[in-house]
Design a protein around this ligand. Structure first.
Ligand code: NAP
Length: 295
C-alpha cells in the first residue's frame, strides 16, 4: 500500500479561507475585528521567522495585528507589565509571546501573566485544565492542528487505537487529552509513550493512528508501523543545509519507508507545521467572538 499524503498546506489553506470569511462576518455583525499581538524578545532567527509568519497570516486574514519587539535584555518585570497592558487593551484579543525566552526570564511567570481569555496559544494552566475536564476554550495550536487535519481527512477517531510518541506539555500531553475526550473528532483509546516506555515498537505497531512528536529524526521506522495506519509526523529536525543555504528538514518518521505501509501520512515540511499558525488564527478569532459576546 502507498499512503495518501495528507497535505497540511492544503488543509491550512481551506481553514484560512473559512477564517477570513468569518472575520468579515464578525466585523459586520458586531463591529469587532480580531486583534493579535505577537511579542518577540531578542532576535533569534528562528523566532523572528515564526513571528513574521504569524504576522503575515494575521494580516492576510484581515486581523488587526501588532508586532511588539522587545530587546533581549528586557527585564522579566518589564515583560509582565507589557503583557498587563495588552490584557487591558480592548483592541487585542490574543497575546502570543514567542518562545523560547532568554535565560534570565522565567517563562512560566510570563505565560501565566497572560489573561486566560487572551491566551490564544492555549498554554495557560487554566486553559490546559479546562481541556483536561472536557471544557476547552483554547486548544494549544499544534494539537489543535493535528485534530483538524484528522477531521478534514475524515479519519474515524471514535474507538481508534491512538498511540502518541512524546509527552511534552506543548504537543504530546494535550493531543492525548484531546483525543480521549468523549466528543466528536475524539473518543479514542490513547496510549502515551516516552523515553521510559519499555517496548516502543510494541505500542506503535498497535496504532490505528500514530502521532509522533519526539524530536528525533526518523525515530519511527517501517517495522514499527501497522499496515494501513494513519501516521501524523509532528517532528521538525534540521539535518543540514540545502545548496541555497536553507535548513534541510525531516520529521520523526522515516517517511519514504513508512509511506509504503501507512494508509495516510503527513509530510515534513508541509504537514502539521502549516496547521499550527492557522489554528493560532482560529483561536484569536474565537477570542474576539467571546469578547464581542461579553460586550
Ligand atoms: P520535547 O519537549 O523535546 O518532547 C519530546 C518528547 O518525546 C518527550 O516526551 C520525550 O520523552 C519523547 N521522546 C524523545 N525521544 C523518544 C524516543 N526515542 N522514544 C520515545 N519517546 C521519545 O518536544 P516537543 O516540543 O513536543 O516537540 C516534538 C517535535 O515536534 C520537535 O521536533 C519539534 O520541533 C516538533 N514541533 C513541531 C511543531 C509544528 O508546528 N510542526 C510544533 C511543536 C513541535 P521524555 O519525556 O521521556 O524525555
Amino acid at each position: 500500500m502507498t499512503a495518501r499524503i495528507l497535505s497540511g498546506t492544503e488543509v491550512a489553506r481551506q481553514v484560512r479561507e473559512r477564517i477570513a470569511r468569518e472575520v468579515v462576518a464578525l466585523r459586520e455583525s458586531t463591529g469587532v475585528t480580531p486583534g493579535l499581538v505577537t511579542i518577540l524578545v531578542g532576535d533569534n532567527p528562528a523566532s523572528v521567522s515564526y513571528v513574521t509568519g504569524k504576522q503575515r497570516t494575521a494580516k492576510e486574514l484581515g486581523f488587526y495585528s501588532v508586532q511588539d519587539d522587545q530587546p533581549a535584555d528586557v527585564s522579566e518585570d518589564g515583560l509582565v507589565e507589557l503583557i498587563g497592558r495588552y490584557n487591558d487593551d480592548p483592541a487585542i484579543h490574543g497575546i502570543l509571546v514567542q518562545l523560547p525566552l532568554p535565560k534570565h526570564i522565567n517563562e512560566t511567570r510570563v505565560l501565566y501573566a497572560i489573561d486566560p481569555d487572551k491566551d490564544v496559544d492555549g498554554l495557560h494552566p487554566m486553559n490546559l485544565g479546562r481541556l483536561m475536564i472536557g471544557e476547552a476554550r483554547f486548544y494549544p495550536c499544534t494539537p489543535f492542528g493535528i485534530r483538524e487535519l484528522l477531521a478534514m481527512a475524515d479519519v474515524e477517531t471514535k474507538g481508534a487505537e491512538v498511540v502518541v510518541v512524546g509527552r511534552s506539555n506543548l504537543v504530546g500531553k494535550p493531543i492525548s487529552m484531546m483525543l480521549v475526550q468523549k466528543e466528536a473528532n475524539a473518543n479514542s483509546t490513547v496510549t502515551m509513550c516516552h523515553t521510559a516506555t519499555r517496548d516502543l515498537a510494541a505500542h506503535t505497531r498497535r496504532a490505528d493512528i500514530l502521532i509522533v512528536a519526539a524530536g528525533r529524526a526518523k525515530a519511527i521506522t517501517a517495522d514499527m508501523v501497522k499496515d494501513g495506519a494513519i501516521v501524523i509526523d509532528v517532528g521538525v529536525n534540521r539535518i543540514g543545509m540545502t545548496p541555497e543555504g536553507k535548513a534541510k528538514l525531516c520529521g520523526d518518521v522515516d517517511f519514504d519507508a513508512v509511506k509504503e505501509k501507512a494508509s495516510v501520512i503527513t509530510p515534513v515540511p508541509g504537514g502539521v507545521g502549516p496547521m499550527t499558525i492557522t489554528m493560532l488564527m482560529a483561536n484569536t478569532l474565537k477570542a474576539a467572538r467571546l469578547a464581542a459576546e461579553r460586550k
